[in-house]
Design a protein around this ligand. Sequence first.
Ligand SMILES: NC(=O)c1ccc[n+]([C@@H]2O[C@H](COP(=O)([O-])OP(=O)(O)OC[C@H]3O[C@@H](n4cnc5c(N)ncnc54)[C@H](OP(=O)(O)O)[C@@H]3O)[C@@H](O)[C@H]2O)c1
Length: 248
Amino acid sequence: MSFADKVVIVTGASSGIGAATAIKLAQEGASVVIVGRNEEKLKNVSEKCNSYGNRHHVVKGDISVEAEARRIVDETIKKYGKIDVLVNNAGILRLATITGGSMLDSYDEIVNTNLRPVIHLTTLTAAHLMASKGNIVNISSVAATKVTVGLSAYGTSKAALDHFSKGAALELAPHGVRVNVISPGPVTTDIRENAGLPPFNIQGNYKIPLNRVSSSEEVADLVLFLASDKAVGVTGSVFVVDNGLVLN
Ligand SMILES: NC(=O)c1ccc[n+]([C@@H]2O[C@H](COP(=O)([O-])OP(=O)(O)OC[C@H]3O[C@@H](n4cnc5c(N)ncnc54)[C@H](OP(=O)(O)O)[C@@H]3O)[C@@H](O)[C@H]2O)c1
């Protein structure tokens, strides 16, 4: 699946699913724009991409800050002159309950990372994607449809992301731009540690039919498929990769 000559922005590429996606894209010859805030983690991903050539570009930036989102797009255009693919992957997890008292603060924090910047980056890149007949891959979660106490603010951000993605797919289809969504179940990444939570316990609350948790690389493989010309007829779709979790 060659991405030679393709310019791909991956948000949240400093760890987890975004890092695995950036490294695989570099391996396939893409010019990858690696976005995140943690310098040490960005450096680590950059070094891994280096082993596949030196076409990537690191942008340290906070996507929730409008000026920084604009800078990510501006730097990409300045360096590469075009955008073929936008992977909206950056996201945070926060637990919050109605009775716990932190729901509104958690909701604001979550949507200001998981949803609003996706809408902003989509509007900022739309003209460039129309010019390249490119596409967008948004990383959602099975929490968009599976209702869990404590995850309703997070799930709300992802349900809204799914809806926005379908609307974007419909609006941009006449311009040759595809928009798709991947909905992972539990994946072993830094997301829980970043939320101050213990690692996911497979023996815990959820029954996972395949009795396993996905790796970031498995999700990245699906990102690359959807971003590639092999998925030329796929738009407005939500792809679940959850080891059967939502079946229960
Ligand atoms: N892991 C799971 O079980 C799971 C399941 C379903 C869906 N997902 C989704 O998968 C996506 C990736 O998460 P992950 O599991 O790979 O988690 P992760 O390892 O914590 O990675 C999250 C990434 O998002 C970046 N990020 C967060 N806020 C940002 C901001 N304001 N500006 C720029 N970058 C920001 C982080 O970078 P810095 O820290 O460097 O800023 C990091 O690179 C998220 O959208 C998440 O909701 C994950």
